[in-house]
Write a protein that binds this ligand. Structure first.
Ligand code: C5P
Length: 226
């Protein structure tokens, strides 16, 4: 399969020297790319500004803002041939300044000049492929993850409680729960991000096999009725 993976934060500049962002390091998304190629898949990472080496055999596209990330995702999805899965591991900034000032803003101008507008929800808007998301939560983790899974039309969502030690932003380990659209979930013990990534890739493979079997059975049923 072709894995298209977003990773890291996005930066939303308000002037040439200041931006809105978050502490994502991209480790989880890069681990998914590594796990995917190890298991014989092709992987493209669309990365926000991160300080990570590109895993071998992985194609990398660097972007800065959410809108650039969205354009790169759409371009990659339209140019990849064969079955695609879109894994959104990036911590995309939900808002951006309406305008990026050409010159450094004065401290006193900030609150009157900076107006925020919503960024596109990349994961929600993409279609035509299997979609997997992440939900970094501090409260009501499972309920929030389930809501996002249904609202964004995902095969499953990887929920993590970022308040727990050793989970979430910047760590080498993660403790996640795979939440499905029917609300069922599978809690994994704390493990390295690469092990979590391998579990995610295997879950995608298994869902893909099931969907292939269902299509095959439907086709057979149809030709027997003809
Ligand atoms: O920010 P939120 O909790 O809604 O993120 C859930 C999922 O949606 C994540 O997989 C994230 O990468 C994706 N997302 C996105 N574009 C956004 C916001 C979130 O692709 N603007």
């Amino acid at each position: 399969m072709n894995f298209i993976i977003t990773a890291g934060p996005t930066r939303e500049y308000l002037d040439p020297v200041r931006f809105l962002s978050n502490p994502s390091t991209g480790k989880m998304g890069f681990a998914i790319a590594r796990a995917a190629v190890r298991r014989g898949h092709r992987a493209v990472i669309i990365a926000g500004p991160v300080a990570l080496k590109t895993p071998s055999r992985v194609k990398r596209i660097d972007v800065v803002s959410a809108r650039e990330m969205f354009a790169a995702v759409k371009h990659s999805l339209s140019s990849e041939k064969g079955e695609c899965v879109f894994v959104a591991a990036a911590a995309v900034a939900d808002w951006r300044p309406m305008k990026c000032a050409r010159r450094k803003l004065k401290k006193t101008q900030m609150s009157s000049v900076v107006k925020l507008v919503r960024n596109p929800d990349i994961l929600k808007q993409v279609s035509g492929c299997m979609k997997v998301g992440f939900a970094a939560e501090t409260d009501n983790m499972l309920a929030e993850a389930h809501r996002k899974c249904r609202e964004k039309g995902l095969a499953f969502i990887v929920a993590n409680d970022v308040t727990r030690h050793g989970c979430g932003f910047g760590t080498d380990t993660n403790c996640v729960c795979l939440v499905r659209p029917d609300g069922s979930c599978q809690m994994l013990k704390m493990m390295s991000k690469l092990s979590v990534a391998t579990r995610i890739v295997r879950e995608i493979e298994s869902l893909y096999r099931t969907s292939q079997d269902t299509t095959l059975k439907r086709r057979r049923g149809r030709s027997e009725n003809d």
